[in-house]
Design a protein around this ligand. Structure first.
Ligand code: MG
Length: 163
């Protein structure tokens, strides 16, 4: 088999006095995401999709919140580690598609910077990294601005015939 697909989902709580970092981009907002790492929910969903494509479990297995070395970790560094892990197994990313679910702030102006950050870390063209943003029409936790969620799908291509 020379293609694999994976999906990832994550949600983090919005709280005061935390930075809001999405796709490696710090966004000005009065609330930020709570988490052991920098709580970059989009990057976490993408990492889970990459791991899921190879049935390698989830990021909690590789970067457990119980381990102090991941406290306030830069999720882009974790993403680079996951990328090395899939490359070591003979795979590369074909493309990523993702959705961020956030009532506020408006994310559209920040999407080009997020695509740029993520594609740079992953050594991809920015047109291989799809990011969309939607509100939840004020419904449920994301709609009440209690948190921000993200979904991602990743297609992996075999980078060698050994797969
Ligand atoms: Mg997370």
């Amino acid at each position: 088999m020379n293609i694999r697909i994976g999906n990832g989902y994550d949600i983090h709580r919005l709280v005061p006095e935390r930075p809001l970092i999405l796709g490696g981009v710090k966004i000005d907002h009065e609330l930020g995401l709570l988490g052991h790492s920098d709580a970059d929910v989009l990057t976490h969903a993408i990492m889970d999709a990459m791991l899921g494509a190879l049935s390698l479990g989830d990021i909690g297995h590789y970067f457990p919140p119980s381990d102090p070395q991941w406290k306030d970790a830069d999720s882009l560094e974790l993403l680079a580690q996951v990328d090395r892990l899939i490359q070591a197994r003979g795979w590369q990313i074909g493309n990523i598609d993702s959705v961020i679910v956030a009532e506020r702030p408006k994310l559209k102006p920040h999407i080009p910077a997020m695509r740029d950050r993520l594609s740079t870390v992953l050594n991809l063209q920015s047109n291989q990294v799809g990011i969309k943003a939607t509100t939840n029409e004020k419904l449920d936790a994301t709609g009440r601005e209690e948190g921000i969620a993200a979904y991602a799908i990743v297609l992996l291509l075999a980078s060698s015939v050994s797969n």
